[in-house]
Design a protein around this ligand. Structure first.
Ligand code: DGY
Length: 322
């Protein structure tokens, strides 16, 4: 008999087809976002699951699911997993690194450029019928070329963002838990390792792309925003909770920094409605990895991991060790 699995959110139909060759698949093509107790009920008797960041895999859940052997997250971020508890319960965990690096880096640039050059603000104004003449000072923004790009979180996506800055003749400074090897720094447009405060002080454009954990909660709050340049932009591609959204709203309102581009929010999709009253913020609904090819690659990567993990092999992107 094939092992039973749950695909906890909607996916490309061919992914279900691929899974059904190996497993008894319960899918959720209606894309219901299960509550924690609904998720437990859906997972009862299942050997595995494919999840996204809406599914919290923690002690309360695992205590009730003795048959569960593996959960494959369709995301590189896995702050929805309690990996230590999954290890304790002998439940394998995996994520989808690498396949989304370049697509996410492309989007980081799109969001940073839209933010610096006020593209969505200008488009809303045009659509609103307000364009009647050209003026020298309409929508003056900040240049990217020749400026300093500050990156906090210099993993694979951060490095891909840095590499793209060579064409803009930018200087790159970064902060990370650990310094990159010299050859990695050289490849990332000669990125220079500095303290977090120096990134904040010197960056004309700040890019946040670090993983979320209790230790990185509110990496950017009122104190950090206070030392940024008043002309600086901030782009958050990482996770809600990395930035204190309330503090950012105050800083944007008071023009303590020039503008922000946000793809992730605290408590998303219920983001703070005060963002909507601000012109100097570009808001997108957590789509940094959303290219057609990359979302398919992420889904197939999660499937590869689950097939390997439930057949007793080591999944290519295993997060747990036991
Ligand atoms: C990721 O892969 O972590 C993206 O943010 C999608 O959740």
């Amino acid at each position: 008999m094939k092992p039973a699995i749950l695909v906890a959110r909607a996916v490309f139909p061919e992914v279900l087809h691929r899974l059904s060759a190996h497993f008894e698949v319960e899918s959720n093509q209606d894309d219901v976002v299960f509550t924690p107790s609904e998720l437990i009920e859906k997972l009862r008797g299942k050997a595995g699951a494919i999840t996204t960041s809406s599914a919290r895999i923690n002690r309360e859940l695992l205590q009730q699911l003795p048959n569960l052997k593996m959960v494959a997250n369709m995301a590189v971020g896995y702050d929805n997993f309690d990996v230590a508890v999954m290890t304790e319960f002998g439940v394998k965990a995996s994520n989808t690194p690498d396949v989304l690096n370049e697509t996410t880096a492309d989007f980081g640039w799109a969001l940073m450029m839209a933010t610096a050059r006020r593209i969505t603000e200008a488009e809303h104004w045009l659509r609103d019928g307000q364009w009647h003449k050209w003026r020298y000072d309409y929508f003056l923004g900040a240049d990217l070329h020749g400026s300093t790009l500050g990156i906090i979180g210099m993993g694979r996506i951060g490095q891909a963002i840095a590499r793209r800055s060579t064409g803009f003749n930018m200087r790159v400074i970064y902060h990370n838990r650990s310094r990159l090897a010299p050859e990695q720094e050289a490849f990332a447009n000669n990125a220079q390792y500095v303290s977090k405060d120096e990134v904040l002080r010197q960056a004309d454009h700040l890019m946040l792309i670090l993983p979320y954990s209790p230790a990185s909660h509110h990496t950017i709050g009122a104190a950090e925003l206070a030392i940024m340049k008043p002309t600086a932009t901030l782009t958050n591609l990482a996770r809600g909770g990395i930035v204190d959204d309330k503090a950012l709203i105050v800083a944007l309102r008071n023009k303590q920094i020039a503008a922000a581009g946000l793809d992730v929010f605290e408590n998303e999709p219920k983001f703070d409605p005060d963002f909507l009253g601000l012109n100097n913020v570009v808001l997108t609904p957590h789509i940094a990895s959303a290219s057609e090819a990359t979302r398919r690659a992420m889904a197939n990567c999660a499937v590869d991991n689950l097939i390997a993990g439930l057949s007793g092999a080591t999944p290519p992107n295993l997060l747990t060790s036991f």
